[in-house]
Design a protein around this ligand. Structure first.
Ligand code: CDP
Ligand code: CDP
Length: 431
């Protein structure tokens, strides 16, 4: 398949990374930060106490280092000899001072450009750097060159609290022999000096829309016949018995792994969320539910993962994290248990933990009418009443939110999710 590739180049602090990330999120594309690769390798050179000016020694290190470039949460990551390079290390003063010398070495560029080009076969992407439009993906029709005056860029760096002589770095990057920083002839140049970040991103997104770039519809995983049959029968039942209506299903179309977080009032909730969607999703269920022979057979075929309430809770959590990391979707209930009286309960920390550890988006879901249909205190459901399933906008958590450590951070994520569920109201169906 021919994937779309968008190139964003420009000097330091022109806004490349921030804009590229927003554009990638808008279109649901992958985000590749090529500067991070040069920075990581530079950190590795310094870590090995090699003089960046000694290109023979740098090349010797390059030859015996093992690079692994991969995707994490749809963004590029690089590991060198099995080590992750933390953001802070990559942006240290020492790396800022040495990276332009290291990235001027042709062999280093050749090795890293090959890695960057490998991402093209992984999906639609936005890649940012210095030579993306000129060298890495010169054949793409979608090229941008972001610029801003040196004063503005220096001010931005200062505001970030980063010690970085960007004028010197720009001079080195633009005057090197191999792949110097320059505007590709066919690139759209945007001066960002007097524009805010959202303004720049909107402009880029608008141009791409005009050029025909579209968000790719996520590929739907197929249902097994057992899942399909159960899904179809349940959906027909919910429609016949409760006139089930789904609202804002378009908000549920998220690319890649995600959690659907719903309020919990009844045993009907997991299949209600499942049948409100067009694709197969995963569920967690108490392991005791797996005891009857029919269920032992059926539940795994309905993508249900057993949870042992008393022990080994960890392994099922691990599985649910693994599943979303593989790009699958799962239903979770932040309240933990079914409501005793129909009202929403406070969120428990579990969902926050899953989200903090996986970084995937959460789509809030609010179910109306399932408590009335099948409350906790009834043996069998009532066969009347009306059920609505309302989807909210996906929540993409910021790196800061995800990085807040420990129980407080996890609880904050859970609470944000529960608030989003609570804010969903029944659409006005009278009009
Ligand atoms: O974010 P900032 O603009 O400060 O820099 P970066 O994109 O992280 O890149 C750091 C350094 O890596 C640049 O100054 C260049 O020397 C080098 N680089 C490059 O040579 N080619 C690229 N495609 C990306 C970065
Ligand atoms: O990747 P690059 O070095 O080109 O820039 P960045 O890291 O995306 O942006 C550097 C800083 O400038 C960030 O703090 C951005 O929020 C800020 N910025 C801005 O204030 N206005 C813009 N139009 C673009 C970036």
């Amino acid at each position: 398949m021919q994937y779309v590739a968008i190139a964003i180049d420009g000097p330091a602090a022109s806004g490349k990374s921030s804009v590229a990330r927003r554009v990638a999120e808008h279109f649901g594309f992958l985000f590749v930060n090529s500067g991070a690769m040069y920075r990581s390798f530079t950190w590795w050179v310094l870590e090995n106490q090699i003089d960046p000016a000694n290109s023979a020694a740098v090349l010797e290190l390059l030859g015996r280092s093992h690079f692994e470039c991969a995707l994490k949460d749809r963004s590029s990551v690089i590991r060198i000899d099995g080590r992750d390079v933390a953001d802070a290390l990559m942006h240290s003063e020492e790396v800022n001072g040495a990276v332009s010398s290291i990235s001027a070495i042709p062999e280093v560029r050749r090795a890293l450009v090959a890695e960057q080009q490998r991402f093209r076969s992984m999906g639609d992407l936005v890649m940012e750097g210095r030579d993306i439009g000129t060298v890495v993906i010169p054949d793409t029709p979608y090229k941008f060159y972001l610029d801003a005056s040196a004063e503005v860029r220096e001010r931005r760096r200062k505001a970030q609290g980063i010690d970085d002589d960007i004028r010197l770095r720009d001079l080195k990057d633009s005057s090197r022999d191999v792949a110097p920083l320059r505007t590709a002839e066919d690139a759209m140049r945007i001066d960002t000096s007097y524009l805010t970040l959202p303004q720049v991103a909107d402009r880029v997104i608008q141009i791409l829309h005009v050029e025909g770039v579209r968000r790719r519809e996520p590929e739907r995983p197929t249902m097994s016949w057992v899942y399909w049959l159960t899904y179809t029968l349940s959906k027909a039942f919910f429609r016949a018995a409760y006139g089930m209506e789904v609202h804002h299903a378009e908000r549920a179309k998220v690319v890649g792994g995600a959690y659907f977080a719903s309020n919990h009032a009844s045993f009907l909730d997991p299949p209600l969320v499942g049948t409100a969607l067009e694709e197969p999703i995963y569920y967690l269920a108490r392991n005791t539910l797996f005891k009857p022979p029919l269920f032992t057979w059926l539940l795994p075929r309905l993508n249900t993962v057993p949870v042992d309430r008393d022990n080994a809770e960890l392994s099922s959590l691990r599985i649910s994290m693994q599943l979303v990391k593989e790009g699958k979707k799962m239903v979770v209930f932040p309240e933990g248990t079914r409501t005793p009286d129909g009202s929403l309960q406070p969120a428990q920390r579990g969902v926050g933990m899953l989200v903090a550890k996986t970084g995937v988006p959460v789509i809030p879901v609010r179910i109306f009418g399932s408590y009335e249909a099948y409350p906790r205190n009834r043996k069998l459901p009532r066969m009347d009443g009306k059920i609505h399933v309302v989807f909210g906008h996906p929540i993409y958590f910021s790196t800061e939110e995800l990085a807040t450590k420990g129980k407080t951070g996890q609880q904050a994520i859970s609470t944000r999710v529960m608030d989003a569920i609570a804010s969903l109201s029944l659409p006005d169906t009278s009009s």
